[in-house]
Design a protein around this ligand. Structure first.
Ligand code: GDP
Length: 468
């Protein structure tokens, strides 16, 4: 009863006053966050009273509810600004480029002026403003969630399970250095910094090989913590149980072991936890982007690794009763959208398969049941569309194909990338090489023109329509 009254009061309050919405966008690196936010802002800024043909599926634009959108200064001055102008300039220059990728948290604020269509205000022709705060943060930071619940030893042991041949090979350089350390000896800062750097190189090498599951996530995208001692530690995943026991009993707090443990705890409490407290707990809506197509292009191992990393990332949105997150914070996300990006790499007939694949990645093993009380949607989009679809006639038959400027040699090519599996693919998918695509360059944008896209309007419809 109390809850209902509270909800009603909240709704009345919401309708009476201007409101704000905190929208967070995340995804693993290169999933397309920068492109997505640049396009989202651009599509909104191009809404006007005369022509909204660039957003046919966004009702609030189509029916004239939105009067205009402008960028305004963000509230939190300590968070870097999302550099929309620079990103747009990259697309307008000759030759055009995709904007530079996300490196840390950034923020931007839009004011959306609209006609109220609901409640008593619609009769009064009342106007309102929705302040939209958009946050961009690396998905890698969400991979650190389990650390909140693991001590140094548990974390090191947790990492022991990742022993694929590729990882073992990449692992060697830093492990050789780490194994040489006498962990009971007094710690030398420089030695620790050097081994931590070598460990970071290993994590970066994993990413380069298309392996996304890495911890600590901050090491590859440190943001403002670059070079800080808080990031100069590494796991001791090569120690036996008896070695742990002996070190825990005998190594002093100034020893390598003692300092590593202290730094891990600091990282956990002050870096990971603070991110959840300061940002995560305050988001209203969340978009999670995933580039499913590149691992399909790459290898089975790359696809499996992406799956593992995404599952780790999705855990951040399971608010079950006894969940770690709900125990520590009270996140309040009411809408969550999973989006497969770069859909301009496939022909339009393959888009339903891509959405279905995204859905399977999320729902595998019945995990969707765990997103309690959150409105969920799945989509596939292209934020900055670099190709156009053409029909090709071969042997009297018509096929859909893609045309664009190939990044590798800057030639205009027409190609058919193949079909996207609608279910999680098995190893033979890569053996048969049924899917292969090239990277394309974006088209040069004319001044004042909106960014060409695929289905960004359906994203806006899900995320914003009910608030306008
Ligand atoms: P971030 O690391 O998540 O910020 O990823 P970016 O937004 O920087 O995207 C990484 C790369 O993916 C870009 O440099 C582009 O090459 C590519 N990309 C992103 N979005 C699109 C898209 O809509 N279409 C195409 N063709 N490529 C895209």
């Amino acid at each position: 009863m109390f809850n209902t009254i509270q909800k009603e009061i909240h709704q009345i309050f919401d309708r009476t006053f201007d409101r704000s919405l905190r929208l967070a966008v995340t995804g693993l690196s290169r999933s397309g966050k920068t492109a997505f936010i640049t396009s989202l802002i651009n599509q909104l800024l191009h809404i006007n009273q005369a022509d909204n043909s660039h957003l046919p599926l966004f009702e609030s634009a189509r029916n004239g509810t939105i009067l205009g959108v402008k960028r305004i200064p963000q509230l939190d001055l300590s968070v870097p600004r999302f550099d929309y102008e620079r990103n747009l300039a990259e697309l307008e220059q000759n030759p055009p480029h995709f904007p530079q990728s996300t490196r840390g948290v950034s923020e931007t604020r839009l004011a959306i002026r609209y006609h109220r269509r609901q409640g008593i205000f619609s009769y009064l022709k009342e106007k309102g403003t929705l302040y939209l705060d958009i946050f961009d943060y690396p998905g890698e930071w969400l991979l650190d969630l389990p650390l909140l619940d693991l001590d140094y030893r548990q974390w090191s042991q947790f990492l022991q399970q990742f022993t694929t041949p590729t990882r073992q090979q990449l692992n060697q350089a830093w492990q050789t250095k780490a194994r040489k350390l006498n962990l009971s000896a007094p710690a030398n800062e420089e030695t620790l910094a050097a081994i931590a750097e070598s460990y970071t190189d290993y994590l970066l090498a994993c990413k380069q090989q298309g392996l996304h599951f890495i911890q600590p996530g901050r090491f590859v995208l440190p943001g403002e913590l670059e070079g800080a001692p808080a990031l100069q530690f590494f796991p001791l995943d090569y120690l036996t149980a008896s070695e742990w026991e002996s070190l825990e009993k005998n190594a002093g707090s100034a020893s390598y072991f003692g300092v590593l443990k202290k730094r891990y705890d600091y990282y956990r409490k002050h870096v990971v936890k603070r991110f959840y407290e300061d940002y995560f707990a305050h988001f209203d809506r969340q978009v999670i982007l995933a580039d499913c197509l590149t691992p399909l292009n790459h290898s089975h191992a790359a696809f499996e690794d992406m799956q593992l990393a995404l599952h780790q990332l999705f855990k951040n949105f399971h608010y079950g009763k006894r969940n770690l997150l709900s125990r520590l914070f009270a996140p309040r996300i009411d809408k969550l959208m999973f989006i497969a990006t770069k859909a301009d790499h496939i022909t339009s007939d393959q888009v339903p398969n891509l959405i279905s694949l995204m859905r399977q990645l999320v729902q595998e093993g019945g995990r969707h049941a765990e997103f309690e009380g959150i409105d969920i949607a799945y989509s596939a989009i292209s934020a900055i569309r670099a190709t156009t679809q053409v029909n090709v006639i071969e042997n009297g038959k018509t096929f859909k194909a893609l045309q664009g400027v190939r990044s590798q040699d800057l030639q205009t090519v027409t190609l058919y990338p193949g079909s996207v599996p609608s279910k999680l693919p098995k190893a033979d998918f890569w053996r048969n090489r049924r899917f292969e695509f090239d990277a394309f360059e974006p088209r040069q944008l004319e001044k004042g023109e909106s960014i060409p896209h695929l289905r960004m309007d359906s994203v806006l419809q899900f995320l914003l329509h009910d608030k306008l």
